[in-house]
Design a protein around this ligand. Structure first.
Ligand SMILES: [Zn+2]
Length: 380
């Protein structure tokens, strides 16, 4: 009854892949010990239990537990991409959910029946034996859209070749310098020379936008990167850097949840780092850049450390202590006062907080991350 030209009905198989990174941003891969991918390296993961109606998130958590010994909650998974492969090996269509695991993992899981594990840098990945499709399509898509989302479809032709189509919307065009940029990449490729020596710095090619690496705008951008790192780790997104003689000597982001410490605000962590870097607890020659107006604790610490100048992004009229609610940084009775500049890249700093709390509110079962949140919610 079926005409000979009708397509063969193939089953759909569903799988999840886990992209787990360590603190050095190396990715956890498994060298497959079994066919069809024996000897090839790929991210861990496995098939969805369709018989039980398992969700992709539940599958990813189960695979993380069974294969890696990681106990994850669904909200600790970022859906990095969806890949569909039509007619794989002429035996099935695949639907794959790619999850990046938000918490960093530095412990190498013990070998399992499926193979052995290793953390691999992005550079080393290029030299490892990996499946062709991973090399030509999936890894490039993953890196390009990392921390965002992509959906791609591979169509297999009768001659065995594949055509890939990116089905998610293209990434936004780069925004003009004056516009509000997207969430800064919290894990940018390591900057080979974050603070170049002006004498040896190569002048930018003609037409390349010049980045003024001495401006408040630039240093607040570095603080924003730190804030994005906090965002990525489900912490209230506040970041700080401290600059001494034009060089960044401290970078930190809010880690209250991660460290279980109410004093682990970005500014406090950055001040401690800067004191160590400079070898002096007096930071008179330093400038603190922070994405939100400091709270009473951090403003107090800035005065104690005798910070020369404090630059912040988003003001906090309810609880900020750089003139918003109080001005502890310039309190007349104190023996030190800090110069203050507010509102640098204010809209970007504020937007990051707003996005974070909007996302938190979309997760009703999830408690808000810290007691400071209410105050920050009001700010944002
Ligand atoms: Zn604080």
């Amino acid at each position: 009854m079926t005409p000979p030209s009708a397509p063969v009905a193939l089953p759909h198989k569903i799988a999840t892949l886990l992209y787990v990174f360590d603190d050095a941003d190396r990715v956890l891969l498994i060298e497959r010990a079994r066919e069809p991918n024996r000897g090839l390296w790929s991210p861990p993961g496995g098939k969805l239990e369709t018989a039980t109606g398992e969700s992709p998130w539940a599958c990813a958590c189960r695979e993380a537990r069974e294969e890696l010994g990681l106990h994850l909650q669904p909200h600790e998974l970022h859906l990095a991409g969806i890949i569909t492969e039509h007619g794989y090996a002429a035996s099935a269509h695949w639907l794959m959910f790619l999850f990046e695991v938000r918490p960093r993992c530095s412990r190498l899981p013990p070998p399992i029946d499926e193979g052995r594990f290793a953390f691999v840098s992005r550079d080393d990945l290029a030299t490892l034996p990996i499946p062709d499709t991973d090399r030509t399509a999936i890894w490039p898509l993953f890196w390009k859209h990392r921390h965002a989302f992509f959906a791609a479809h591979a169509h297999r032709h009768p001659n065995g070749s594949q055509t890939w189509t990116l089905e998610s919307p293209p990434p936004p065009e780069p925004l003009a310098a004056t516009a509000t940029p997207a969430l800064p990449n919290p894990n940018p490729a390591p900057d080979p020379d974050p603070d170049p020596d002006p004498a040896t710095a190569v002048p930018p090619a003609e037409g390349t936008p010049v980045i003024d690496r001495t401006s408040d705008h630039f240093f607040m951008g570095e603080a924003l990167r730190q804030a994005a790192r906090a965002y990525h780790n489900d912490e209230v997104p506040i970041g700080a850097v401290i600059v001494h003689n034009g060089r960044i000597v401290a970078r930190a982001h809010n880690q209250v949840e991660c460290l279980g410490d109410a004093t682990a605000h970005a500014e406090i962590l950055a001040i401690t780092q800067a004191e160590t870097a400079i070898g002096d607890w007096r930071l008179n020659e330093c400038t603190l850049y922070v994405t939100k107006e400091p709270c009473p604790m951090c403003a107090g610490a800035a005065v104690h450390a005798r910070l020369g100048r404090v630059v912040f992004g988003a003001p906090d009229p309810k609880a900020g202590c750089a003139g918003g609610a109080l001005n502890l940084l310039q309190f007349p009775a104190f023996n030190h006062r800090c110069a203050i500049t507010g509102g640098i890249r204010e809209s970007e700093c504020r937007q990051l907080l707003r996005s974070f709390f909007a996302e938190q509110r979309r997760r009703p079962s999830d408690p808000l991350p810290s007691s400071e949140v209410r105050q920050d919610t009001d700010t944002a």
